[in-house]
Design a protein around this ligand. Structure first.
Ligand code: F6P
Length: 361
């Protein structure tokens, strides 16, 4: 056992869940206990439980099977303690004061926050406020700045790719175009990877505004060559050229007034512009539900175990990140408030373009 002055550590999961969270929690608790004699306190439902002191001892739980279990045993929420803070009606405490109390009551030396952009932005603010915090990168969106990888992403690629493959057979039988809507409001990593693996004809991403005329021309040309069905992998945040010209506020308003998600609009536009019968399938929460793929089990375990080392070495205010296959510390201040977008230099995008996939641009 190695020496560590960090003895008691809180753990929370926040934001949308993702496969691999339980594997990361398990590895953190096992490594922390075995190597440093640390004790872990589970905090329920993200920052909600941290504010309200909703906690339990992790040693009351059988950690072993967690490596392969989806979801999060801690529960999650999208509560943001620093956004429009108001005093608690019962205690009169502001969220950050509630958090201080929870630290005190549980004798926490440090806190590990597992989550995506929102979670790690809050973790950064907590760190600035003087709390000993470490962040871990979880999201099916793969959009966290300062890390090459996030756990949950590979499992979601598997699910979305299998979804596309299942839709392919019915598309072929009916000679239809099928729009498969894939998660990713702000970024299209999942749409790009699943679209490429699932052999989509067209991939629509939030980063590349589409021109329906270009998509129609591309599909008609393929039809003329004898292709009878088409797959359009469409990110839920895909935008067209008109939307790209809107201000952030105008865009938000326009999206809120849509009665259906963007995949349905794209299907209507394709049908009108090409005459090809078109349908939409929204893969939705299937993409982040279920158990992790082995790749995510390993990645989450690697990061969870490294988080125990970060704690012992007091590398607070950092995200346990991956760069070129190695574990590195990325300052939470670098991660906070940003989104990792796909750029034209992205090799997977280049590959997809080289293979002739249409991006509507
Ligand atoms: O962050 C993961 C994510 O699944 C996004 O891809 C998706 O847009 C969003 O969460 C959905 O969130 P909610 O659970 O709040 O509906």
């Amino acid at each position: 056992m190695k020496a560590s002055t960090i003895k008691t550590v809180g753990i929370l999961t926040s934001g949308g869940d993702a496969p691999g969270l339980n594997a990361a929690i398990r590895a953190l608790c096992i490594s922390g206990k075995n190597n440093y004699g640390m004790k872990f306190i589970g905090i329920r439902n993200g920052y909600r439980g941290l504010i309200d002191n909703d906690t339990f001892k992790m040693d009351t739980i059988d950690l072993e099977p967690l490596i392969s279990q989806g979801g999060t045993i801690l529960g999650t929420s999208r509560v943001k303690p620093f956004k429009n803070p108001v005093p608690d009606p019962k205690t009169g405490l502001l969220p950050v004061e509630g958090i201080k109390e929870t630290f005190k009551k549980n004798k926490l030396d440090a806190l590990v926050c597992l989550g995506g952009n929102g979670t790690n932005t809050t973790a950064s603010l907590l760190s600035e406020a003087g709390f000993n915090v470490i962040g871990m990168p979880k999201t099916i969106d793969n959009d966290i700045v300062g890390t090459d990888e996030t756990f949950g992403f590979h499992t979601a690629i598997d699910v979305a790719t299998h979804g596309i493959e299942a839709i392919r057979t019915t598309a072929k039988s009916h000679s239809r175009a099928m729009v498969v809507e894939i998660m990713g409001h702000k970024v299209g990593w999942l749409g790009l990877y699943a679209g490429l693996a699932g052999r989509a004809d067209v991939i629509l991403l939030p980063e590349i505004p589409y021109d329906i005329k270009k998509i129609a021309k591309y599909l008609k040309a393929k039809k003329a060559k004898g292709q009878n069905y088409f797959i359009i992998a469409c990110s839920e945040g895909a935008i067209d050229l008109n939307e790209a010209a809107l201000s952030k506020k105008e865009f938000k308003k326009a999206r809120e007034s849509m009665s259906q998600s963007v995949g349905f609009r794209v299907a209507k536009e394709i049908e009108e512009a090409t005459g090809i019968e078109t349908r939409t399938s929204v893969l939705g929460y299937l993409q982040r539900g279920g158990d992790p793929a082995p790749y995510d089990m390993i990645l989450a375990t690697k990061l969870g175990s490294a988080a125990a080392d970060f704690l012992a070495e007091k590398r607070f205010g950092n995200l346990v990140a991956v760069k070129n296959g190695s574990i590195v510390a990325t300052p939470l201040s670098v991660v906070a408030g940003k989104v990792k977008e796909i750029t034209e230099e992205e090799p997977v995008l280049k590959t997809a373009r080289d293979l002739g996939i249409c991006f509507g641009d």
